[in-house]
Design a protein around this ligand. Structure first.
Ligand code: ARG
Length: 559
């Protein structure tokens, strides 16, 4: 049982009362009343007024008269709304039984069965810092993958590294001039970033360095042995650090590849564009004009004939279609790339490939009010943000629960989780100002609060057993009914999150669960009371745990 099933039953029933309006249309019209006293569902009658030639008030009254529908206690007409009150004695029990039976499969569906989704996310630029701006693509992307898997899609998560391009010419030049092998081995990515930043600064003073860098990249493109070796080494060094971050987030990719892999497949794309008369030489560079679509041209080849970002993406998507036969290909990047994706998606369409490619952009992040300055190297690294959070959580644990086992592991799960949760509370397109103290608070709508609530369910369940049947005489109280009702929204929330590509729907829903559960917890004794209460707690543990997993949070059982 869940709210979607209830809506279906109600829609069928109401369709019988509303001539000429289909159950499917009715299904889309339900709303959630702003306050529980106004019912569990509301059916607004305003849109029907024209078709039925009656006022909304009359329609609502007509619907409320002799209302008799399964699972419904009563329905009241109020100002053009039909307010529907569910029969909680039946509904609550059915929800709980179903969740306890389905466990983590509650909310699963077969909508995506037989379909494949490719998700391109995280995809950092090698040898550049993994900064707070990459948090979005990494966690939104992974969460979208988990959400799609939950409803039956086969998903392929791809980390498409920015591992090719002129920045490698710069890095190779920098290394040859000032690099220290040992220092890089010891300090990893930080040291690579140092020499890269030094290059940026020096090249402002001495422009000839840029020519050297171009020449080094040209050598790399011709697979010069020395440069190729350095390039591979830079990638390995970078990846060691990325791995730590991915591990902290519990993220694994199905495929790790990069722009460099398009090396041998871009030429056929260039040929195909020529054959389709799409390619134009403009000032030496090869471009596809997009004036008809109100966009600047899409750059395909530079004047020296070297490939750039767009043609690599086009070649790569053709290859992905061949390899994975995807039904949808999702790209998650910062909103700075909106135009870029629109451009090359259009080129793809002009080539005759009408595939479902979707770009999912997200807004920028500032921390405690400070904007990020990427070019100067003055950036906030994700690993530093994570370790600050972990340290602060450690202090809190030392103070509140000094005897906790696995302190380090827990502090990592809670610290990293706090950052991710705080980030995923907002609609992705919004620019956000990140206040670390707010993210780490144990009260309020935070990750620590949600994880703490999860741990609370675990410790309650440690104290009692749920291996007994329900006592049919027990009548759940208002707080209990409310918890069950909130849990029954889960399947719908999952679909809402997928349809809008918004993991934040799940994050906010987690807070709804926690609020409902904590109200119940504070008002009623659980241990030693009717078995219903522990079973309800178990259902909360299942759904809360599953939902936390969907937004890349770990679930410590004790905090
Ligand atoms: N490496 C790029 C960046 O950091 C993101 C790549 C996104 N994926 C893609 N297929 N273009 O900006």
């Amino acid at each position: 049982m869940n709210i979607t099933k209830i809506k279906k039953i109600l829609s069928d029933y109401l369709a019988g009362k509303l001539e000429g309006i289909s159950s499917d249309d009715i299904m889309l019209m339900f709303e959630y009343p702003p306050e529980p006293k106004m019912g569990d569902l509301a059916f607004p009658c305003f849109k029907l007024s024209k078709v039925l030639r009656k006022s909304p008030v009359q329609i609502a009254q007509m619907l409320a008269a002799d209302f008799l529908c399964e699972y419904v206690d009563r329905a009241e007409a109020v100002n053009g709304y039909l307010n529907i009150y569910l029969d909680k004695n039946v509904y609550t029990y059915e929800i709980l039984s179903e969740i306890l039976h389905a466990k983590n499969n509650y909310g699963n569906s077969d909508i995506g069965n037989g379909k494949t989704v490719v998700l391109d996310y995280s995809s950092p630029n090698v040898a550049k810092p993994f900064h707070i701006g990459h948090l979005g693509t990494t966690v939104i992307g992974h969460s979208l993958k988990l959400l799609h898997e939950k409803i039956g899609y086969k998903c392929i998560g791809i980390n498409y590294l920015g591992d090719w391009g002129t920045q490698f010419g710069k890095l190779i030049t920098a290394y040859k001039l000032w690099g220290d092998k040992q220092k890089i081995e010891e300090n990893g990515l930080d040291e690579l970033v140092n020499i890269y930043v030094k290059f940026q600064k020096e090249s402002e003073k001495d422009e000839s360095l840029l020519d050297t860098a171009r020449a080094e990249f040209a050598k790399l493109e011709k697979h010069d042995a020395e440069n190729l070796k350095l390039w591979k080494w830079f990638i390995d060094i970078s990846f060691i650090e990325y791995e730590t971050t991915y591990k902290q987030l519990g993220i694994k990719f199905d495929v790790i590849t990069g722009e460099s892999a398009s090396y041998s497949i871009t030429q056929p794309v260039v040929e195909e564009l020529k054959e389709n008369s799409l390619l134009i030489v403009d000032d030496g560079a090869s471009i596809v004009r997009l004036d008809d679509y109100n966009m600047p041209p899409c750059m395909i080849l530079k004047s020296d004939g070297s490939t750039i970002y767009a043609v690599r993406d086009i070649a790569t998507v053709l290859d992905r279609k061949k390899k994975y036969k995807f039904d949808k290909c999702i790209y998650v990047t910062a909103n700075a790339q909106i135009l870029y994706f629109n451009q090359w998606f259009k080129v793809l369409e002009l080539m005759g490939y009408n595939w479902d490619c979707v770009h999912i952009p997200y807004g920028t992040v500032s921390i405690n009010g400070a904007k990020l300055a990427t070019r100067t190297g003055n950036v906030i690294l994700l690993k530093d943000l994570f370790s600050t959070a972990i340290e602060k959580v450690k202090e809190i644990i030392e103070e509140k629960n000094p005897n906790l086992q696995n302190k380090d592991e827990t502090a990592e799960a809670v610290g990293v989780g706090a950052i991710v949760f705080h980030y995923l509370m907002n609609n992705r397109i919004k620019d956000i100002n990140f206040i670390i103290e707010d993210a780490l608070s144990f009260d309020g709508s935070t990750g620590p609060y949600a994880q703490y609530t999860y741990a609370r369910t675990c410790s309650l369940l440690e104290k009692g057993s749920i291996d007994q049947p329900f006592n049919p005489a027990y009548q759940p109280n208002e707080e209990e009914n409310n918890v069950a009702y909130v849990l029954s929204l889960y399947p719908e929330k999952i679909l809402e999150a997928i349809n809008s590509y918004e993991p934040s729907v799940i994050t906010r829903y987690i807070i709804e669960i926690c609020t409902a559960f904590n109200r119940f917890y504070h008002e009623h004794q659980i241990i030693g009371a009717d078995i219903f209460r522990l079973k309800l707690t178990e259902a909360v543990k299942i759904i809360l745990g599953d939902a936390l997993g969907l937004i890349c949070l770990k679930k410590p059982e004790k905090i």
